[in-house]
Each structure stands twice: as C-alpha cells, then as structure tokens.
Design a protein around this ligand. Structure first.
Ligand SMILES: [Zn+2]
Length: 453
C-alpha cells in the first residue's frame, strides 16, 4: 500500500494546520464540503471543507485550499454545515402526563421511562441535537445506553437529581413528606436539603452518581404548587456551601431562578448558569457579565405552557402568565446587554401519542428556542452560537471540546438543505436536517433515517 499517496508535501515553515499532516489520516477519515460552513463561533465561510479522523475534526478551511490535499479521502457534499446543536436545559423523566402523578410514573417504573425516552433521544438526534445538558432526570442512566451504542441519541451531560430546600421548587408539595422522601431514596430524581450539612451531602450524592453538573433551586417555581417564583430559595450560606463543594469537584452549579433575589444570591455565591432568569434586570444582567455567567432562558417551556392551560392548576397558570411577561422582558434585556446565552428549552418530552399535547411538547422541536432568541434581538448567527459553541461552556471544567467546527473538536455536526442565517426556523424539527454526524459517525443521511446501526 502506498502510504503517502495523496498526501501533500509540507511547505517549509509549515503552519499549525499543516503540521498535523505529518500524520497519516486514519482509515476511517473523510471530508465534508459545504456551500456554506457555519463554524459555531466566528464568521461563516463560503465553500468550506472539514476533515474528520475517527471522532475528531482534524482540519477546517476553504475547499479551495484543502480539496487537493485530501482528494484521496471519501467526500460528502452538503449545502450548509454547522456544529450539532446543544439543548442545555432538558429533562428525561418519561412522564406521559404533565402533572405530579405523571412525574411519579418515572419513579414507579424506570424500565418504562427508559423505553419512552428512547424515542425522545432519537427525535433529538433527528432534529440536529448532538448533545444535551439534562437538568434533573434519568440522563446519567440513559447516557450509558447512548454511549455503548444500544440506542441512538445525543450525548447526555446530566445533573441527576434536582436539589431543593424543603417546600421549595423540587419538593412535591401535594405529597406527604415521608412519601416524597421514600420516592427520592428509591430513584426519583429530586432531593431536599436544609442547612449547610444536608446541602453538602446532597451535592456529594450527585457527585457519587456521576453528575456532570449540579442543579439547585435558587427561587420558587411556576409548576410547583405552593412556592412563589419571585422568592429566593436556599440561604446565602447554603448556596455558598453547594457551589464550593461543586467547585472542588470541578463542576458548575446551574440554578433554577426566576426572581431577582435568587438570581443575585446565586451569582454572588458563584453559580455559573442561571436557568429561566425571568426577573433579570439591568443590575442582574451587569452582574452576570461581571461573573461571566450564562443565561439559559428556556422560552420554549414558557410559550408551550401558555398554549397548554390544561397542564396547570388555576394557581399555576396564573403564575405562568405573570412570569411569562417578565421573562420576555428579561430575555430581550439580556440579549441587548450582551449577556452570554446558551440555548435550553426545559422540554420534558414523552407524552403518549394519543395525548393532544404530544405534538407540541415532543422532543425535536427544541430549535424553536433559537427562533425565540432571534425574536428577542439576536441575529441568527448569534442564536446558532448560543446553541453550539456556548453549549459546552455551561459545563465548565466538565465540558467536552465540542460545539464548534474547529481542529481538534469532537466531530459532532449537521447538514441542512436551507440556510438558517436567512431564516432560523429551518432548524426547527428534522425536515431540513439532511445529515447528522456525532463522534464522526453518520447517524442520518438522505434516505437513511436516524439509526444506531
Ligand atoms: Zn427544568
């Protein structure tokens, strides 16, 4: 075999990108050429070219410069190429009803949950999502099946259980507390903690389970029955203890926060991602920028909730209507002020097909969140950056090198048959996503639907 066939001669004083060509491309190497290459961070490139070896991107540039060097490799030609998207706030809980007893189903029958979520994982990959940050649910367990190839789905980075104070957002208020505690000790993905010692223990329990990020409740919620979204949950001491513990283990803390007091207290304690951020004002936005924190605004769940009155108790829907108004103002302000944003929907997916809400709620519609960010003032390119390059940033030290079409990054990318910079809505749903590669493996191509085989 001619080992050097097709390889270029290295120029004298070769550049960084040429240096790696000393190495022989692996047998599974291939190239993708694109009329338009959107790198995730930075400016798009006409007639782009990427080279993949194994699970990594090994070169990126213009087709003009690279085509001849790699002419011996298999080549795919696509219209638009961009990194696979990240949904940075998602839940895999297998509920087919949006209610507390729906939530309990996941705990009562974990096999049922796994079976239901398998289709959600395929829908996400089909719609171009190659990674998710799962903020409370069965993500850690499901990711084992994704990584060993049992099912096709995005890479899952999970918080495992949501940590709440007693009576807080992730306490299930209608249940007697002993029932709730029993559920939590038998696999339900919630935990309550009160006082510094219990907070430390709760974080350590998530680390023990292998959590990639720690999820806490920094304020009351909308779906939770008896607390107020405006009120802070956890004291300063409790917040600090949890953040310090997570930091020692090189994890970021993400906090569910609607009200301003919770947002401010969490940021001061070192929380790195603010989920929802409904009452973020100019002062809070400035503090986010100062702390280099990331907003995951989850407009998807707000808009979907507004269209789904049946989900909520009358009290819950009234809360949602108030929060929805504030959240839309906050999101526009955050975009205007240049707060760093990542895309997250709060989508829980998995409603039985005969549920009238199943088309609205299903996983795969997650890129509506990009559309809401464009409506809130982002350019389509900024929204794509929020959904790609910014995704891994929400994991801090646990982040994979992913979310960009860049040398040395994970080969997670998608192709489209329309330009999302002209209309961001082409990213919504699977219909314009022609190809999906994850870790260098092609999971979807024209005429070949998503499959793990
Ligand atoms: Zn959530």
């Amino acid at each position: 075999m001619d080992l050097v066939h097709g390889l270029p001669k290295l120029p004298l004083g070769s550049s960084a990108s040429a240096t790696h060509l000393d190495k022989q491309p692996k047998d599974d190497a291939f190239c993708v050429t694109a009329d338009l290459l959107i790198p995730g961070s930075g400016e798009p490139l006409r007639n782009g070219f990427i080279v993949v070896e194994g699970s990594k991107i090994t070169n990126v540039g213009s087709a003009e410069d690279l085509r001849s060097q790699y002419s011996h490799l298999p080549q795919h030609n696509v219209k638009v190429l961009m990194p696979g998207m990240w949904d940075c706030h998602i839940h895999f809980i297998g509920a087919n009803k949006v209610s507390w007893d729906g939530l309990l189903e996941g705990y009562k029958n974990e096999a049922l949950t796994g079976a239901r979520v398998a289709i959600d994982l395929m829908r996400l990959l089909d719609a171009g999502f190659t990674s998710v940050r799962e903020m409370g649910g069965y993500g850690l367990q499901l990711n084992q099946a994704v990584q060993d190839g049992s099912i096709a789905g995005p890479n899952i980075y999970s918080a495992n259980s949501i940590i709440s104070p007693t009576g807080g957002h992730a306490d299930l208020h209608p249940l007697p507390k002993p029932w709730y505690d029993d559920m939590c000790s038998h696999g339900s993905k919630f935990v309550t903690a009160d006082g510094v010692a219990e907070c430390l223990k709760a974080v350590r329990m998530q680390l023990r389970a292998g959590a990639n990020v720690i999820k806490i409740c920094g304020s009351g919620g909308v779906g939770s029955e008896l607390d107020n979204p405006v009120d802070q949950e956890f004291s300063e001491e409790e917040l600090l203890a949890m953040v310090q513990e997570a930091t020692r283990a090189q994890r970021y803390v993400g906090a569910h926060c609607h009200g301003k007091p919770g947002i401010m207290a969490c940021l001061k304690a070192g929380v790195k991602t603010i989920e929802h951020g409904s009452y973020l004002d100019a002062e809070a936005a400035d503090l986010m920028k100062e702390k280099d924190a990331i907003l995951v605004a989850t407009r998807w769940i707000v808009e979907t909730g507004l269209q789904s009155k049946d989900w909520f108790s009358p009290r819950g829907y009234a809360k949602l209507e108030v929060v929805a108004k504030a959240q839309w103002q906050a999101m526009q302000l955050a975009v205007r002020k240049g707060v760093k944003c990542a895309i997250g929907t709060d989508n829980t997916g998995t409603l039985a097909p005969n549920n009238p809400l199943s088309k609205l709620v299903r996983q795969g519609t997650n890129a509506k969140e990009l559309y809401y960010h464009v409506k809130a003032g982002m350019t389509p390119l900024q929204a794509i950056e929020a959904a790609t390059a910014n995704g891994p940033l929400t994991l801090g030290p646990q982040a994979p090198k992913a979310g960009q079409l860049k040398q040395g990054y994970d080969a997670d990318f998608i192709a489209l048959d329309e330009n999302p910079l002209n209309d961001i809505r082409v990213l919504i749903g699977p219909s314009h996503v022609t190809h999906v590669w994850k870790g260098g493996k092609c999971y979807k191509s024209p005429g070949r639907p998503v499959s793990s085989f």
